[in-house]
Design a protein around this ligand. Structure first.
Ligand code: UD1
Ligand code: UDP
Length: 361
C-alpha cells in the first residue's frame, strides 16, 4: 500500500462523518493526514468534536474562517492549493456538502489529485440551497463516490456518473452515533439544562430559515406555538442567533436557548427528546436511528430515506404545532432503519480506499 490520504474537513458535520473513516484507515495502517480548513473555528463548533470523537488533532489548520460564499471559497481555494500541492497525496477525501468540501474537490481536481467524496449523491433538487450546489459539483469532480442510501446511488447514475466509481457503504455519521451511544446520557443532559422530563430539541441554521428576517419571524412564531405543547431546548448555531433572537426567540415562554453543544451532550439531549424540530441534515439521520420523532422545517430533504425508513416528517411553519401534537400523541413510529446504517461504514470505505490505492498508486 503506497501513497497517503489527506482528509479535508472544515465544518461541524464533517468531523462527525470523518471520524470513523480516519479510524478505519488508521486500523488498516494507511498513511494519512487531516487538514482542517478552519471554516468552523469556535471551541464549540470545532475543537470539542476532535476531543470527543477521538479524531487526531489536525495536521494543519488553515484558519480560513467566515465570509460571504465567494470570499470564503476564494480563501479556501488559495489555502488548499498550497497545502495540497505541498502534501501531494495519492487521494484527497472530502465529506458532505459544505464550502470546504467543494473547494477541496476543486483544488484537487485542478492539481490532478484523485478525490473521494463521502456522502455522495444526496439531492434536494433545490439549487437555492448552497449545499446542493456543493454536492452536485463535488460529485462531478470525484473519482470515488461513497453513497449512504440506494437513492443516492440512483441520482449519481441518472447524472451519468460512472457506476464503477460509486460504492454504497451506508452512513459513517451513524458509525459515530453507534460507537458512542453508551455515552449519550439523556438524564445528565436534561438536568444540566434544567429541562423537565418531557422536552423537545430544536436546531435551526439553514439560510432559508434564519437569514431572512421574515423567515426567521415565521420560524419563531411556529416555535412559540409548538412550545405551548412541549418545552423546547434550542442549542443555537451561531449563524441564526441574531436573527432568531431579534424575532423574539429569547423571550418566548417554554423555549430555552443554549449555546452550541458538544457532540456527546447534544446526542444525550437528542436521545431523551420527545420530539425534535430541525433543519439540519445530520439531525434528520440521527433521530431516525434513535427512533425520536423528527419534524424537519423545510420544503424538501436530500435525505428522503429518513422519511421512508425513519422518523422524519417535513413540515411548514404553520404545520409545525399540529405535527408536533400528532407526534406526541402517537406511538413511537415503527422504524426499520435505512439499509447499511449499521456502524460498519467506516471499515467499508477504508477497504474500498485501500484497494483503490493498491491499483492506482
Ligand atoms: C455551514 C455549511 C452548512 C452546514 C453547517 C453546519 C456551507 C455553505 N454551509 O453553514 O451546509 O449545514 O455549516 O453547521 O458550507 N460562525 C461562528 N463560529 C464558527 C463558525 C461560524 O460564529 O466557528 C458564524 C459566523 O458568523 C459565520 C456564520 O456562522 O459567518 C456562518 O458560518 P459558515 O461556515 O459560513 O456557514 P454555516 O452557516 O456554519
Ligand atoms: N451537533 C452537535 N451539537 C449541536 C448541534 C449539532 O454536536 O449543538 C452535531 C450533530 O451530530 C449534528 C452535527 O453536529 O448531526 C452536524 O450539525 P449541523 O446541523 O450543524 O450540520 P448539517 O448536518 O445540517 O450540515
Amino acid at each position: 500500500m503506497l501513497g497517503s490520504v489527506v482528509h479535508v474537513v472544515g465544518a461541524r458535520p464533517n468531523f462527525v462523518k470523518a471520524a470513523p473513516v480516519v479510524a478505519a484507515l488508521r486500523a488498516a495502517g494507511q498513511p494519512q493526514s487531516v487538514v482542517h480548513t478552519g471554516q468552523h473555528y469556535d471551541e464549540r463548533m470545532s475543537h470539542v468534536f476532535f476531543r470527543e470523537l477521538g479524531l487526531p488533532e489536525p495536521d494543519v489548520d488553515l484558519g480560513v474562517g467566515s465570509g460571504s460564499h465567494a470570499r470564503q471559497t476564494a480563501a479556501l481555494l488559495t489555502a488548499l492549493e498550497d497545502e495540497l500541492s505541498a502534501r501531494a497525496p495519492a487521494l484527497v477525501t472530502v465529506y458532505g456538502d459544505v464550502n470546504s468540501t467543494l473547494a477541496a474537490a476543486l483544488v484537487a481536481a485542478k492539481l490532478g489529485l484523485p478525490v473521494a467524496h463521502v456522502e455522495a449523491g444526496l439531492r434536494s433538487f433545490d439549487m437555492t440551497m448552497p449545499e446542493e450546489v456543493n454536492r452536485r459539483l463535488t460529485d462531478q469532480l470525484s473519482d470515488l463516490l461513497f453513497a449512504t442510501s440506494p437513492e443516492a446511488v440512483g441520482h449519481l447514475a441518472d447524472e451519468g456518473v460512472d457506476t464503477a466509481r460509486v460504492h454504497f457503504v451506508g452512513n459513517p455519521m451513524i458509525d459515530t452515533l453507534l460507537a458512542h451511544l453508551p455515552r449519550f446520557d439523556p438524564e445528565a443532559a436534561r438536568t444540566a439544562h434544567g429541562l423537565p422530563g418531557r422536552y423537545g430539541v430544536v436546531t435551526l441554521h439553514r439560510p432559508a430559515n434564519v437569514d431572512d428576517p421574515a423567515a426567521a419571524a415565521a420560524a419563531v412564531a411556529a416555535l412559540r406555538e409548538a412550545a405551548r405543547h412541549l418545552e423546547l431546548a434550542v442549542p443555537l448555531h451561531p449563524r441564526g442567533r441574531a436573527a432568531l433572537e431579534a424575532a423574539g426567540l429569547g423571550d418566548a415562554p417554554g423555549i430555552r436557548i443554549l449555546e452550541p453543544l458538544g457532540y456527546l451532550e447534544f446526542m444525550g439531549l437528542l436521545r431523551g427528546a420527545a420530539a425534535v424540530v430541525t433543519d439540519s441534515g445530520g439531525v434528520q439521520e440521527e433521530t431516525t436511528v434513535l427512533g425520536v420523532p423528527c419534524l424537519t422545517l423545510r420544503p424538501n430533504t436530500e435525505r428522503p430515506v429518513t422519511v421512508t425508513h425513519g422518523t422524519n416528517r417535513l413540515v411548514t411553519p404553520d404545520g409545525l404545532a399540529p405535527a408536533l401534537r400528532k407526534a406526541l400523541d402517537g406511538d413511537a413510529p415503527a422504524c426499520e432503519g435505512p439499509p447499511l446504517w449499521d456502524g460498519r461504514s467506516g471499515p467499508r470505505i477504508a477497504r474500498v480506499i485501500t484497494e483503490w490505492l493498491d491499483h492506482h498508486v
